[in-house]
Design a protein around this ligand. Sequence first.
Ligand code: FES
Ligand code: FES
Length: 161
Amino acid sequence: MRLRTTVNGEPREADGVWEGASLLTALRDHRDLPGSKNACEQGECGSCSVYLDGVLVCSCLVLAAQADGREVVTVEGLADGDDLHAVQRAFVDAGAVQCGFCTPGLVVASHDLLARNPRPSDPEIREALAGNLCRCTGYEKILDAVRLAARRLGEEGAWTS
Ligand code: FES
Ligand code: FES
């Protein structure tokens, strides 16, 4: 099938996408966007999280065909060229990245949280990220990263995506 989507602000077309392919597969194999990771392919780890029409989804659970004609934003699309988004930079600066496999999904989920709730409490951060599994960090550094991103975005006085 032919897939037409807007990905990270750019209209894109891909031919030869299998009708049963997931959005995650389409992004990685047909869009050359390997940021979203495939760790479980069952909706349980959050490593494949992207925005679909502004809503956070597990891209492994969405058929590529369901994204046809719609807008997708991946972890790559949060950065401004070579400039990392504040959430991405906070993950690096807080030491919240070890193997990095969970990081793209956590960054997108944290971005979503802070867009909705710029000053989340720790329980709110934990709840928002409950669907994102990390096998390395023990989560404390991830909490630090979200707190740091929230503080920096607050200091900037504006929330930019
Ligand atoms: S790969 Fe999609 S939730 Fe794990
Ligand atoms: S940093 Fe390795 S799974 Fe999270």
